[in-house]
Structures are given as C-alpha cells and as structure tokens.
Ligand binder design. Structure first.
Ligand code: ATP
Length: 382
C-alpha cells in the first residue's frame, strides 16, 4: 500500500502549534481571558450547549487543565462559544487529546447533541451497509432539488485545524492532494488550491454549493481561519459530483452530490471515494467516539446526508413541521448551509445524529425522515 509522504514517528510534533510543550501550566493571560469570557457567558441569554453544561464547579475544575500533546487549554476549546453567545454548541477540539482531557464538558454536550450517546457508550464499527436499500424518494422531482452525503476525516498524527502550524498545514495539504491525485475512474479529477482560485470563480462555486464559504465568525473564533487561505482547497472529479474539501473545518470533507433524490446512488459514490482515499491516508479514529473531527457535532460516523427540498405545505404549518423534524431526528438549515437563511422555500434537511449509530443508520435516519416529510406534505395537507 502506497503511503504518501509518510511522516517519520515524532516528525509531526515539530510541525504543530505548541509542539513538545505539552502539560505546561496555563499562563495567567489565558486564565484571565477564560474567566472573563465565562462570566460574560453566564450573564448572557445564550442557549448554547456550552452554557447549559459548563456549570461553575465544572468550569473551576477544568480551567487550569492543558493537554499533554499540544498544551491545549479550555480556552482553545470554548473560545468560539465565549465569543458567540448565539452558538448552538460553542465548543471544538483543537486536537484528539482534548476529547479526553476535557471529557467532562465534551461528554454531556455529545450526549445532548447526538440524542443520548452516554459517556459509557461506544460508537459502533464503521458499517456502510447496502446502498440499494435507499431508492429514489422523489422520482418525479416534485420536492427534492438535490442530494448530498458527506463525511469528515482527520489524518492520524496531526492535530485539528486550530492547532496546526503553517508547516503542518503545508505538509497535510501535500499528503491529501497527493492521495487525491491517485484517484481514478469516475473519481479522477483535479485539486484546486483556494489561494489560486479567482474571486469570481470562487463565488460561483460557493453559489453552486460546491465550495465552502469563507469562514463565518463561529469558525473564525474557533481558530479555524489560521493562515487562511493557505493549504485549503477543493478537489473535483470530472463529472463534478464528487468533491473533497481540504483543510476547511476538518482535514478532509468527502462529499458526493447531485441533482434529484437518488440517495442510494449519492451515498454509494461517497463510500467509493472514502475507500479509495483510505488506501493512501490513515484516518484518526477513537475506540469510543469513532472517527474524530474538530467539532463534536461531527464525530462518530461523521455522516451528514442532506436534501435540498421544498415543502410549501409543511412550511405553512411550522408546528407539524417541527414535530416531524424532532420525531425523525432531523436537522434543518438554510439554503446556503449552516447559519444561513432559507431562500425561495429551499430547506437543507439532514440527519442530526452522527455518534452512536453506523454510517448506514445515519443515512437511514435521514431517509426515513424525508419520506415522512414528503408523505405529510402530500397527504395531510391536501
Ligand atoms: N442536499 C444538498 N444539495 C445541494 N447543496 C447542499 C446540500 N446540502 C448541503 N449543501 C450545500 O453544502 C454547502 C455546505 O453546507 P454546510 O456548511 O451547512 O454543511 P457541511 O458541509 O455538511 O458542514 P458543517 O455541518 O460542518 O457546516 C452549502 O453550500 C450547502 O448549501
């Protein structure tokens, strides 16, 4: 098996933000910022999971801790939630070890977001299952405009995006783009570094839902914008239905998307892409939490299977709409993704849970939910 530019053991330590400094006591400036930020969060009307779960005694217990690998502090994890009181979650992990060092705050947030994955639970083994089980939910193209299934992956031995040095970013981009350039058949394509894309082309790609937007304030304050746009980029296959984002929020986002509602086909293409990349890259996986990602909302299966869908009758009946969303564990976003507005009645609806269920079960949760929404749209309000 070809390993692209494999790192010698220990090399990565010299490439990252706080390499080899691990376990040092927190400095007084960080502690002050943490305490001030926490006071403001407590006094705010924030509805974030961070505020809900970071009670005073837990804050006191965690505030001076740092990780052994990269010296990450609680502030590195929660700066985004302290800066944005309107966050839904408000915490990220700068590196894999943060999930262990700060487990007492991550675990209840993971349990809350992923609807019941307890700290004693173990995420199942990867299981993509049978794609044929997912027939087209809308063969007449009445409701579903497009379908997208994505997963996130982090490359082993590298911390996450907010903890990478400029050198580590460059090394990672070279490893990932090298792996992408080995892809063949229907996955064959090309890698475009973000820094080389003209502004007008970049905007067009964003408008067409292929490319990530420039970091929003939630990501920016989490530290994800360091050295932006260096080492970020996008890979397309020739048919433009398979896309990989490099170093946006996670090291890789592996995405399959196309017009219409053929979820099985879209899912199958994503799986093929993941399997091809696995031959060249080692991905970080935790025995308990599954595949590791920067944001705890994306751990585990890391699957977000979504449709762009118009449901005018349900939109006029928000109570019924939300009831079904809740019953089927669905998440609703705006037309241009998270933290955006609904334009022209087009919702982005996906599975919400990613931890505690297999890849197959995550897609099935979305599939069953979308079927129920379409049934309700058709029958109940006729
Ligand atoms: N079914 C879909 N069809 C077309 N575009 C989609 C679909 N689902 C999501 N998108 C687009 O994908 C882009 C990224 O969306 P968004 O950032 O919300 O989700 P994500 O990539 O899953 O990551 P995250 O959950 O970390 O935010 C946006 O342009 C969004 O409109």
């Amino acid at each position: 098996m070809l390993r692209l530019q494999a790192l010698r053991p220990g090399t990565f330590l010299f490439l990252c933000r706080q390499a080899s400094k691990g376990g040092k006591p927190i400095d007084s400036d960080t502690l002050l910022r943490l305490e001030d930020g926490y006071k403001e969060l407590v006094a705010s009307d924030s509805k974030s999971l961070l505020k809900k779960h970071l009670k005073k005694d837990l804050f006191e217990k965690l505030k001076k801790k740092t990780t052994a690998s990269f010296n990450s502090s609680l502030l590195d994890c929660i700066q985004t939630g302290l800066s944005n009181h309107d966050s839904a979650v408000g915490i990220v992990a700068p590196e894999p070890e943060a999930y262990k060092t700060f487990a007492e705050i991550f675990d209840p947030i993971i349990e809350d977001f992923h609807k019941g994955f307890k700290k004693t639970d173990k995420h199942p083994e990867c299981c993509f299952g049978k794609c044929n089980d997912f027939a087209n939910l809308d063969p007449d193209n009445k409701y579903i405009l497009s379908t997208r299934v994505r997963c996130g992956r982090s490359v082993k031995n590298f911390p996450f995006i907010s903890c990478l040095s400029e050198n580590a970013f460059a090394k990672l981009e070279a490893m990932i783009s090298g792996a992408l350039n080995t892809m063949s058949g229907s996955y064959k394509g090309s890698y475009l570094p973000l820094s080389g894309i003209e502004k007008s082309v970049q905007q067009k790609l964003i408008d067409e839902h292929f490319l990530f937007r420039d970091c929003d304030r939630f990501l920016k304050t989490s530290g994800a914008k360091r050295f932006w746009p260096a080492a970020r980029g996008i890979y397309f296959n020739e048919a433009r239905n398979f896309v990989v984002w490099v170093n946006e929020e996670d090291h890789l986002r592996i995405i399959s998307m196309e017009k219409g509602g053929d979820i099985g086909k879209v899912y199958e293409r994503m799986i093929g892409g993941v399997e091809a990349l696995e031959k060249h890259l080692d991905f970080s996986r935790d025995e308990r939490l599954g595949y590791l990602t920067f944001c705890p909302t994306n751990l585990g299966s890391t699957i977000r299977a979504s449709v762009h869908i118009k449901l005018p009758n349900l939109s006029d009946n928000p109570k019924e709409f939300w009831k079904l969303m809740d019953k089927y564990n669905l998440q609703r976003r705006g037309t241009r993704g998270e933290h955006t507005k609904v334009e022209d009645g087009v919702y982005d609806i996906s599975n919400k849970r990613r931890v505690g269920l297999t890849e197959y079960e995550a897609v099935k949760e979305m599939y069953d939910g979308i079927r129920a929404l379409i049934d309700a749209e058709n029958k109940i309000f006729k």
